[in-house]
Ligand binder design. Structure first.
Ligand SMILES: O=C(O)CCC(=O)C(=O)O
Ligand SMILES: [Fe+2]
Length: 189
C-alpha cells in the first residue's frame, strides 16, 4: 500500500494522509451499496478536473475471512477510471465481484466505480477492513488525530504521526511534511 500511495498519490506531493480506516462488515440480507467513485467524496475537484483528474485517493479492501460474491464482495467496473464522463454511473451488470481468500487485498483507484455487494447469504457475514489515503491538500473523511489520541501515538515515528493527521501541510517533496506548527515552530503540547 505504501509503494502504491507513494507512486500514485500526486507524486509531486508526498504529504498524503489517512482518509479512512474502518471495518466494513456486510450482514446477511444487506442490499448492495450504490455504485460510486471514492474521488467523488471531493466532488468539486472531480467536477473541475475530470477526465484529467490526478489520483487523489486510493483504497485497500482487506479480506479478514473468505469474501465471495454471495456474501457481498466489493463489485468493481474495471476500466471505469478512464470513462470520459464522470457522471456515468455504470450498471450492476458491468461489475465483477472482487472475491478474496482471508488475508488477500483489493487495491483500487479512487476513480474506479465500485460498491459493496449485496449479501445474499442467510448467515454469512462479509468481514473486511477498508483503508484509504488522500493527498495532503485535501481533507480526509475521518478526523484520525481524534480517533488515535496523542497518548496512543506518542511513541510512533513522525511519519506515522503525520499520516494520522498530526501535521501541518508542507508541499515540499524534500521535507515530507512537518508535524503541527504553531508560531512556525513544531507544536509539542
Ligand atoms: O464495502 C465495500 O465493499 C465497499 C465500500 C465502499 O466502497 C465505500 O464505503 O466507499
Ligand atoms: Fe467506495
Amino acid at each position: 500500500m505504501r509503494i502504491l500511495a507513494d507512486n500514485r498519490l500526486d507524486p509531486g506531493c508526498p504529504d498524503y494522509w489517512l482518509n479512512t480506516a474502518q471495518a466494513m462488515l456486510i450482514g446477511p440480507g444487506q442490499p448492495a451499496q450504490l455504485l460510486h467513485r471514492d474521488c467523488q467524496n471531493w466532488s468539486s475537484l472531480t467536477k473541475m478536473t475530470w477526465p484529467n483528474m490526478p489520483e487523489v485517493t486510493i483504497s485497500m479492501m482487506l479480506a479478514l475471512d473468505e469474501v465471495c460474491e454471495t456474501n457481498g464482495a466489493t463489485r468493481v467496473i474495471p476500466g471505469s477510471h478512464l470513462w470520459s464522463d464522470y457522471r456515468t454511473k455504470g450498471q450492476a451488470v458491468d461489475t465483477i465481484p472482487a472475491e478474496m481468500s482471508a488475508g488477500s487485498a483489493l487495491f483500487y483507484s479512487g476513480k474506479v466505480i465500485h460498491g459493496g455487494g449485496a449479501n445474499l447469504s442467510e448467515t454469512d457475514w462479509r468481514l473486511a477492513l477498508h483503508l484509504s489515503f488522500v493527498v495532503g491538500w485535501l481533507t480526509p473523511e475521518e478526523a484520525a488525530c481524534f480517533v488515535y489520541p496523542r497518548r496512543l501515538i506518542a511513541d510512533r515515528s513522525d511519519r506515522v504521526k503525520r499520516l494520522l493527521g498530526y501535521r501541518s501541510y508542507n508541499p515540499s517533496p524534500l521535507a515530507g511534511g512537518r508535524l503541527w506548527l504553531k508560531d512556525f515552530d513544531e507544536w509539542s503540547a
